[in-house]
Ligand binder design. Structure first.
Ligand SMILES: C[S@@+](CC[C@H](N)C(=O)[O-])C[C@H]1O[C@@H](n2cnc3c(N)ncnc32)[C@H](O)[C@@H]1O
Length: 208
């Protein structure tokens, strides 16, 4: 197996949280180069551009980058002029890499599959790229993201093709809409790894 495939195999086939965090611990310092240059990762940029379009370029808004990893999404948003950015991730090594980009006011170490120690209605928007996928975050994370977003706020995220159905994401997204927690504004199929993998890019308005 080629080195790049071995990395992806560890990340997408981790059997538990510990295995996943160990994979990111080992990958953190090479993540940007591997994903963007070697694998053609474009999903983070498309997701950041989509959020920016829905926010109408209002760079004063307070945004959480959930599952921020090394900060690729934050870097794009910062280049658009957003300065009130916070990054959340479960991996300390990924958060350390994100810190080097100097785009986040605050970095939070937390597990998105658990209740978050963040007050209700904290953010104008939440963005989450690359984290609703195989072996990562459970669908229960959606209701926590809704809780910490202000009513009328925006949640923009990617859901990896396949995992959308396999991990119960679609079912939970529909359930939350039927319950009146959020309203779908846009969903489109976009490239995630160029010419290899697709993801759904989803934008919701929080209602509550
Ligand atoms: C594929 S990376 C995406 C990182 C970044 N958003 C990007 O687009 O490059 C997925 C990130 O989700 C984090 N992650 C996975 N499971 C998580 C969880 N349960 N809670 C918080 N972060 C998690 C990983 O540590 C990793 O940094």
């Amino acid at each position: 197996m080629a080195v790049d495939e071995a990395v992806l195999d560890r990340v997408y086939h981790a059997s538990d949280h510990q295995e996943l965090m160990s994979a990111y611990q080992d990958w953190a310092s090479d993540y940007d180069e591997n994903t963007v240059q070697d694998f053609g990762y474009v999903g983070y940029r498309i997701c950041a551009e989509l959020l920016n379009r829905h926010l109408g370029g209002n760079t004063a808004l307070h945004i959480l980058d959930a599952g921020c990893g090394t900060g690729l999404v934050g870097q794009v948003l910062h280049s658009f002029g957003y300065t009130r950015l916070e990054g959340l991730d479960y991996s300390q090594e990924m958060l350390d890499q994100a810190g080097r980009k100097n785009v986040y006011d605050r970095r939070i170490k937390a597990d998105l599959s658990q209740p978050l120690d963040i007050p209700d209605n904290s953010y104008d928007a939440v963005v989450c790229a690359g984290t609703f996928t195989y072996a990562h975050v459970t669908a229960s994370a959606f209701s926590e993201l809704i809780r910490i977003t202000k009513p009328g706020g925006t949640i923009c995220f990617t859901v990896r093709e396949g995992a959308y159905e396999d991990y119960g994401y679609r079912k939970e997204m529909v359930r939350l809409e039927a319950q009146g927690a959020w309203e779908l504004l846009e969903m489109r199929n976009e490239e995630y790894y160029k010419d290899k993998v697709l993801a759904k890019m989803c934008v919701y308005k929080v209602l509550k």
